[in-house]
Ligand binder design. Structure first.
Ligand SMILES: [Zn+2]
Length: 346
């Protein structure tokens, strides 16, 4: 697996340089990024979650050194490091609290650990917030001063940037748009994380899409997915929709409606001007008729739910950086922190 970003040769790079690290459940991506968001080098390692965060950070430093050496560089050439990890976290304290898919990583001072291993200052962010900053810095949001990213994957994550500032919040919970309540009824769907009911994530994540399709088939709705009911994923729903399967198309459209409800609330609170849909679940994105139909349906439902001038002032678009948004955004947050501290000390 490699980065989809073009690799900029070192002699074209604009210094200072930053490392962006994006810790996922399976892989950890590491990118060397210049001052304007060009990728100069990239590597990926297995996270190996059960070996714990201290072991992972050691391997991140080894892999980073190897990547830098291949470019004729050293750690000393890096001005600052950005680290994105799944929540929950305490960002100011640099602590991992209880990331649900990292059971061996709970209550760990990951920033202090990485700083002592790598010997460079580390900026810390929630992974979806980092992806939001990546899209804002060099992706779909590059021409905007405010933006909200929704990441549609196993769960629904988010990143909110208002007036060029990332919203981290009081408990480092800022931008957790997936836990927004869109259905207050007592029998609303259960969120996979923490048992809350009616959260957007319980309706519009990839796992929720698969579950809603399975439920409809179990209750007798006809579909070409019937014979493979146990293996249904959001991707197979997309493929069935592309073949014209009515149930799959209905699931795609109802997912768009749920997202539009969430997006309306986000827009009514912070009026970002741009809402970006990222993550692995995009029903083919702009390249596919189903992805286009999904986006058009979100826009149409949003129009019905909001005010006309707000609708006209809001763009809803797919993300453009794919799986690279996380490491680019982590590097971008390090870049912003680096320049803010330079200004302060000047
Ligand atoms: Zn939730």
């Amino acid at each position: 697996m490699s980065t989809k970003q073009p690799i900029t040769p070192l002699d074209k790079a604009q210094r200072p340089l930053f490392l962006g690290i994006d810790v996922g459940g399976t892989n950890t991506k590491i990118g060397l990024v210049d001052n304007v968001g060009n990728t100069l080098g990239y590597t990926i390692i297995d996270t190996e979650e059960p070996r714990g965060p201290a072991d992972a950070m050691k391997r991140v430093v080894v892999a980073s050194k190897q990547m830098l050496e291949a470019l004729g560089l050293k750690l000393e050439d890096v001005a600052r490091v950005g680290l994105g990890t799944p929540g929950s976290q305490d960002i100011p304290k640099g602590m991992l609290i209880a990331p649900p898919n990292h059971p061996h990583w709970h209550n760990f001072p990951i920033v202090a650990c990485l700083e002592s291993e790598i010997g460079i200052g580390v900026s810390f962010a929630n992974d979806a917030n980092a992806a939001g900053w990546g899209e804002f810095w060099v992706g779909t949001g590059a021409k905007y001063s405010s933006m909200v990213l929704l990441t549609l994957g196993t769960g629904v994550g988010g990143g909110i940037i208002i007036d060029n500032k990332l919203v981290v919040g009081h408990s480092s919970f800022g931008g957790e748009c997936g836990h927004m309540i869109i259905d207050p009824s007592p029998d609303a769907r259960l969120c996979a994380w923490g048992g809350g009911r009616g959260h957007l994530e319980a309706y519009a994540s990839a796992s929720a899409v698969a579950m809603r399709a399975k439920e409809r088939i179990s209750s007798g709705t006809r579909s070409i997915l019937t014979n493979s009911i146990k293996e249904i994923t959001a991707k197979s729903v997309y493929e069935a929709a592309a073949k014209g399967d009515e149930l799959a198309l209905e699931i795609v459209e109802s997912t768009a409606d749920y997202l539009a409800i969430g997006i309306t609330t986000i827009v009514h609170m912070v009026d970002p001007g741009l809402v970006v849909l990222g993550g692995a679940m995009n029903f083919g994105g702009t390249q596919s008729p189903i992805g286009q139909r999904f986006l058009a349906r979100i826009q149409k439902t949003f129009q019905q739910l909001t005010f006309e001038y707000v609708f006209k002032g809001t763009t809803i678009e797919f993300a453009s950086l794919g799986g690279d948004a996380g490491y680019l955004g982590a590097a971008g947050i390090a870049q912003a922190d680096y320049h803010a501290s330079q200004k302060k000390s000047a």
